[in-house]
Ligand binder design. Sequence first.
Ligand code: IMP
Length: 427
Amino acid sequence: MAIDLLLGLQWGDEGKGKIVDVLTKKYDVIARFQGGPNAGHTLEFEGIKHVLHTIPSGIFHPTAINLVGNGVVIDPVIFKQELDNLAPFNIDTAKSLLISRKAHLILPTHRLLDAASEMAKGKAKIGSTLKGIGPTYMDKTGRNGIRVGDIELPQWKETYTALRDKHLVMIDNMNVTLDFSIEELDRDFFAAVEYMRTHLAFVDSEEYLSQAQKNKQRILAEGAQGSLLDIDFGTYPFVTSSNTTAAGACTGLGVAPNKIGEVYGIFKAYTTRVGSGPFPTELFDEIGETMGRVGHEFGATTGRARRCGWLDLVALRYAVEINGVTQLMMMKGDVLSGFDELKVCTAYNYRGETINHLPYSLNAEELSPIYTSFPGWKEDLTGMHEANELPQNLHDYIAFVEDFVQVPISIVSVGPDRSQTIFRTTE
Ligand code: IMP
């Protein structure tokens, strides 16, 4: 049985959590494949808003198994907080949540290293979420990391101490001032690790998924961040430290490329970015400010205001191609209601020439967007449930996007709640 993928196609925050939650009833297993607590996946139903960071977004469905794959980096302290937040909902996480033994652990000193690195960079800082993501993946690829499976070994505390002490020397050499108590950090870390060890199931996740496929279980791989934050294909160095694209699901779960089925690509009807880095269609005017206000564009993890701008179709087509997207899902269509005119970027002026692809550099000194305009619509979409209720100008906007990227849009989301989801094709 093929594994379906769900990915963000922009700079993250596309609304992946909501769509996983909506689709979960079709799947037996939801598997996160990369990233860590830098992600903030928001789900809303029955009047309650839930934000998940590391736990897969299928956790609220009673029959789904939620698997944290080997490609994910886990901060035990944040993980424990997420579990505590779930406590009122009577979810049997001992059964419905599985953790890969090969997933790497974020140590408290990884978080400190992240902060020290950003401080040392000054104006060139990445705008990291400071969750220790970069330093943890560096230790992974540098072959120094500590994995979930290590927690089960007798010499675990010595392994931890050796890496922690190495980090402390590194921090000392970076000449930045950080205020912390290592004893407190150690204490919280060990308490959270012990909780995980005694309350959760650690598994050999690639074997689990292989058996699940043989048993014809339906599996959805859930991505975090977005394609333009991919370590290889994003706007480097203003990216995260993992492969957020489809290939990341293969390495982050141990799934063979020929086992991938549908690739659901999630994008917003406009564009947002949080943190530093180039953003060609960014708006610095009242329109961008309105998008941010109406769309509640504040980071689910850091609370930072997101930068807003028009939809960039050149970047979207790039993301569709590198991921092999088979279906698109357009989020926050409702936020565009009320503008007289809408714009989408359909080409760039790059170093004096018109180009139709994403070039090496998106820096504003070298590149500016070329727009196509559309008339807007005034209707409030948030109470609509059927595609035929949507205004004609939105149908035209959707048709233009589909034609440009050559992939159908199967879902249009018109609000944060599960129920505010319009299916455009019969399933
Ligand atoms: P890091 O992954 O925390 O190191 O952050 C690197 C860059 O990716 C920063 O610009 C972050 O704002 C951005 N980023 C990381 N995770 C997310 C996310 O889940 N949504 C949006 N942006 C993110």
